[in-house]
Design a protein around this ligand. Structure first.
Ligand code: DC
Length: 225
C-alpha cells in the first residue's frame, strides 16, 4: 500500500488539495482533523469541558467513530450520526484543537488511522501524519501558508457558508490554533525531517493543487525506481 502524508497548520489548504490529489491518483482521502472535530463535538454535547483530560478520556469508550464516503466525499459518523456538517463551525474548530492536545484522544485515533492506511492507498492529512501516524509514508509533504493568507481563505469559506464572522476573529483563531497545535506536548505540529516543504502563499488553489500533485508524482516515481 502507498501512503501520502500531508501535514501543516490550519487553513493551509490541506483538505482541498489532498482531496483533489487523491481523486487524481485514485487514492482514499482521509481527513484526520474531522476525527478530532467529531470527538470535540461529542464531548461538548456531553456537557464536558473539552480541555479536561480526565473528563474527555471518560467520554472515549462511549464514542464509536466511523468514516464513510458519499460521492467520494468523506463523511464522519459518531455513534451512527453523520456529523460532517456540525463539525465545521468555529466553535467545533476550537473544541477539536482542545481535545487533540489530550494524549488519550490521540491514542484512541492512532490505531484507527493506521488501520485505514494498512488497507488502502491513502492521502492522509493532519498535523502528525508524517511524524507519528505514518512515519514510513512514501511521500510526506508539509503544506503551509502565511497566517494572514490562511485566515483570509478560511474567512471567505465561512462567509460563503453564511457564518457571521469577522476577518480579525478568524485570524485570531488561526493564530491561537497554530499556537495550541505547535506547543502541545502530545504529537505537536512539526515538519517531519523527510517531508518536502510546500508554501502556498500567493498561489491560487489550482496552482497549489498542481504543485502538490507534481511533488507526489515525482516522489512516487522515485519510490518505484
Ligand atoms: O485540520 P482541522 O482544522 O480539521 O483539525 C482540527 C484540529 O484537530 C486542529 O486544531 C488540530 C487537530 N489535529 C491534530 O491534532 N492532529 C491531526 N492529525 C489532525 C488534526
Amino acid at each position: 500500500m502507498i501512503s501520502v502524508a500531508i501535514d501543516g497548520p490550519a487553513g493551509a489548504g490541506k483538505s482541498t488539495i489532498a482531496r483533489a490529489a487523491a481523486k487524481a491518483l485514485d487514492f482514499l482521502y482521509v481527513d484526520t482533523g474531522a476525527m478530532y472535530r467529531a470527538i470535540g463535538l461529542w464531548v461538548r454535547r456531553a456537557g464536558k469541558d473539552t480541555h479536561d483530560g480526565e473528563a474527555v478520556s471518560g467520554c472515549l469508550p462511549g464514542i464509536h467513530l466511523e468514516l464513510g464516503y458519499e460521492n467520494g466525499v468523506q463523511q464522519v459518523y459518531v455513534n451512527g450520526e453523520n456529523v460532517s456538517e456540525a463539525i465545521r463551525t468555529p466553535e467545533a474548530s476550537m473544541d477539536a484543537s482542545a481535545v487533540s492536545a489530550i494524549p488519550a484522544v490521540r491514542e484512541f485515533l492512532l490505531e484507527q488511522q493506521r488501520e485505514i492506511a494498512r488497507k488502502n492507498n491513502v492521502i492522509m492529512d493532519g498535523r502528525d501524519i508524517g511524524t507519528v501516524v505514518l512515519p514510513h509514508a512514501q511521500v510526506k509533504i508539509f503544506l503551509t501558508a502565511s497566517p494572514e493568507e490562511r485566515a483570509r481563505r478560511r474567512y471567505e469559506e465561512l462567509c460563503q457558508k453564511g457564518e457571521q464572522v469577522t476577518y480579525e476573529d478568524v485570524l485570531k483563531d488561526v493564530v491561537q490554533r497554530d499556537h495550541n497545535d505547535t506547543n502541545r506536548a502530545a504529537a505537536p505540529l512539526r515538519q517531519a525531517e523527510d517531508a518536502v516543504l510546500a508554501d502556498t502563499t500567493g498561489r491560487s488553489l489550482e496552482e497549489s493543487i498542481e504543485l502538490i500533485q507534481g511533488l507526489i508524482r515525482e516522489k512516487l516515481k522515485g519510490a518505484e525506481a
